[in-house]
Ligand binder design. Structure first.
Ligand code: AMP
Ligand code: MG
Length: 413
């Protein structure tokens, strides 16, 4: 693999270059299954969905009021009230000249009627209705197929079913959907210092937070997780666990052991049992992130520092898993905001600093750092609501400078 020189940090691969390369090396080879619509939340559509019906399928009223013929409206002249149309109980007759019916929101527009006047704009006396003001033909009518036409493509294959997509699918009356089978991801932490919740900390120990946080993000994405727990810094054990995981999962995510310390075996073992795609990126946090394969199993080595682990998961693993899962991920929109305080930055690595963005009194966006920018301080991460995208070659950001940022989706991480 070519080593890319960049700026002041030779040997580190630029972020976009590495991400593109990684996505090119991953392929969606998912089998599909049919599932009931009610169980489709978070699934990825395997086929495009075209509408089996017109939505709406009949002309109906957008207001509570009166259905009538616009041409009958003359100032001061009343219309004869001849019936009612309620949602689910259409009026069966036909509207003639000079007639109207009472109609409720969602109720079918009767034959002969072309418009609706809201009840607030009508006076009614002894079954005669006096609509006020001019009426535009078609007003307050929802026309057939106005929303979706029968046969129209509603969603492309690769769409993730979120609550909004699910509602549209439900409105089409679909019973079953063809979706990609969910990914299975193996997850483990490496580190002799790591302890599980509830265990006592010996001197030098810390609690394993990466695995818990990453598992939460995976579960939010509808991924099946095989949790291998904490693996000691023992190359033999790491090797055996990697090989087992590779036979059981579509991807293996590890945390820790990817740096150049004496007990960092992750990358070394990956090299022995699999193939390294790349290691070491021109990013901060997350420089030692490693990507590769063990047989067909994709491998993602997250750095041990908690902020680095979470940020590289989001920036690199999330899109990679989308590719594997058959999900067509849309580019993340970047917003422009004004730095309300200086941000320290040295040229050489793209820096994804954690920030708090807010709307200023003049309506513009302003951003401040979310506490410490150390990759070991996770509490600041939890306070942040955005990730800044500070360009690789950029230096310090002064107060008042414009920066690009992405909002953190608080439902997923
Ligand atoms: P490493 O990448 O293994 O050298 O770890 C870098 C730093 O992250 C060290 O301070 C580790 O103690 C810490 N660390 C490693 N794994 C975890 C984890 N699962 N949860 C929290 N901190 C970790
Ligand atoms: Mg370690």
């Amino acid at each position: 693999m070519a080593i890319h020189d960049c700026c002041s940090q030779p040997g580190l691969r630029p972020f976009i270059d590495a991400k593109t390369d990684m996505l090119n090396r991953l392929e969606a080879t998912r089998s599909t299954e049919l599932i009931p619509v009610e169980q489709a939340l978070n699934c990825i559509l395997a086929d495009p969905i075209s509408s089996p019906i017109d939505v709406p399928s009949f002309a109906n009223s957008a207001m509570d009021g009166y259905a009538l013929r616009a041409e009958d409206i003359t100032e001061g002249v009343g219309l004869q009230l001849i019936g009612t149309s309620l949602a689910g109980h259409p009026f069966s007759g036909r509207l003639g000249p000079g007639e109207c019916i009472r109609i409720m929101t969602g109720a079918a527009l009767p034959l002969g009627a072309d418009s609706v006047v809201m009840q607030e704009n009508c006076r009614s006396e002894h079954n005669v209705v006096y609509p006020a003001g001019p009426v535009n033909t078609g007003q307050h009518v929802r026309f057939p197929a106005e929303d979706l036409a029968q046969g129209e493509t509603v969603f492309e294959a690769g769409t993730r079913v979120n609550a909004r997509v699910l509602s549209v699918l439900a409105s089409l009356g679909l019973e079953q959907l063809c979706v990609f089978r969910p990914l299975t991801v193996a997850l483990l932490s490496t580190g002799d210092e790591l302890k599980n919740p509830g265990e006592l900390l010996a001197p030098g120990d810390i609690y394993d937070s990466n695995r818990i946080g990453v598992r939460a993000m995976l579960e939010r994405l509808g991924i099946r997780v095989i949790d291998y727990g904490i693996i000691a810094d023992d190359p033999q054990l790491i090797r055996q666990t990697f090989l087992n995981a590779a036979t059981e999962a579509d991807a293996l995510i590890t945390s820790g052991g990817v740096s150049v310390g004496d007990a960092d075996y992750t990358r070394q073992v990956l090299e022995e049992v699999g193939r390294i795609g790349f290691w070491k990126l021109a990013i901060k946090p997350g420089k030692p992130f490693a990507f590769g394969h063990i047989d067909d199993c994709a491998f993602f080595g997250l750095p041990g520092n908690p902020v680095s682990a979470a940020v590289t998961f989001h920036l690199l693993v999330r899109p990679a898993l989308a590719r594997l899962a058959g999900e067509a991920l849309k580019p993340t929109p970047l917003l422009q905001a004004r730095a309300l305080m200086p941000f320290r930055k040295s040229p050489g690595r793209m820096d994804f600093q954690r920030g708090i963005v807010s709307t200023q009194p003049d309506g513009s966006l302003g951003v401040v750092p979310a506490g410490s920018q150390s990759s070991a301080v996770y509490s600041a991460m939890a306070e942040a609501n955005c990730l800044l995208h500070l360009e690789q070659d950029r230096g310090n950001v002064a107060e008042g400078d414009t920066v690009a940022l992405e909002l953190i989706d608080g439902l997923y991480w």
